[in-house]
Design a protein around this ligand. Sequence first.
Ligand code: URP
Ligand code: ZN
Ligand code: ZN
Ligand code: ZN
Length: 485
Amino acid sequence: MTATIIKNGTVVTADLTYKADVKIEDGRITEIGPDLTGGTILDATGCYVMPGGIDPHVHLEMPFMGTYSADDFESGTRAALAGGTTMVVDFCLPEPGQSLLDALQRWDNKATRANCDYSFHMAVTWWGEKVFDEMKTVVQEKGINSFKHFMAYKGALMVNDDEMFASFSRCAELGAIPFVHAENGDIVAQMQEKLMAEGNVGPEAHAYSRPPSVEGEATNRAIIIADMAGAPLYVVHTSCEQAHEAIRRARQNGMRVYGEPLIQHLILDESEYANPDWDHAARRVMSPPFRNRQHQDSLWAGLASGSLQCVATDHCAFTTQQKRFGLGDFRKIPNGTGGLEDRMPLLWTHGVATGRLTMNEFVAVTSTNIAKILNIYPRKGAILVGSDADIVVWDPALTKTISAASQQSAIDYNVFEGQKVKGMPRYTLSRGLVSVEEGTIETQEGHGQFVARDPYPAVSRALSTWKELVSPRKVERSGIPASGV
Ligand code: URP
Ligand code: ZN
Ligand code: ZN
Ligand code: ZN
């Protein structure tokens, strides 16, 4: 393979900004420095050369709510690359009672079409000895070090506190990290019944049924369970101040708890559900729902101050037709929105260009932080000699207006329709393969490879109360009282 040289750009990583050329051979970075020669040139004049984005939260071709999310591993990863994201992590969902390994086989098959590298989180959707046993195989033989738990979706994916404590404890033993979808599913289910009974059947009722307090409660509960189990914790789609506050407090207390705002929650607010157009509102139904401005400000502040670590999309796109399954009953609207192609340009436009985030913070929250959390740094999330050449050459002057008409996603609308972005990829490279070139998409189906992730035992130690809890001291007593009164 001939070498490629990214010339005349400014390298931007999570901690450094400097002028240098970057040389790539056989999918890896082999040299970084001034005036490199001997390869095909990609001109990066006026551009920032950054680690490609990693989206730690996507659902491609996901069986959910009686249907499948509309973007598969081909269209989903094409959308990712078009927006500067070079790796996605999907959730493998065993059906209740199903073997984790059987489910993984299905996900392996689906992912063979990926255009960029990918990995999986394994979901724990039920509990039993088989799950306990297979978790070890998943970690030690299948290269998966994260397990997802849904605290909502009662009667489907939801697990209870008992099951979470058992699973989190197993994670701690294996050097894996538990993930949670934190909403109190019992309360949500009752709120849904009540709203329906009162005739609140439209998409706005989806938001009324899952207020910030139910997310805050579940986030707190998951944090306590993780602490008791001696495990770190990753909270997906953190959307409100109550959840952010719980994460912030846990971190101040010395716990390894991570929070993940979505680009949707940062940009879009609850007023979307008041739109008189049913389709407009239903297309934006996702869990947790969009929040108000105060919650958005809290999330932005968390990203800047470091109390929240990663921006994801939870890309789970459904067509308008699929959304209409919930006409007359908001509970049947498939939950989920898209965003894979738009995450990086929107975060740059609303974050870096407004001064809310530095360029280095942008790299941290779109790539480097999650690479470290998932134990794939510096193979991913870095511009270093030896790292995979997953690179985005970012042109801060490139503009576009987001529109379904020009998107890669397979769905017929875009929740960000009409938003103007400034800052986009000039080139996106997936392990050295130029997949986006000045607006032209040249992805290669099947180019993506599974990224195996080693367990990370160090993460499961040094929590605030862990040592006391697992080493209870027995009190020696001289005698015991006689039984009876
Ligand atoms: O509404 C959402 N977020 N759909 C995808 C599944 C999940 O909860 O992450
Ligand atoms: Zn979720
Ligand atoms: Zn509309
Ligand atoms: Zn999700």
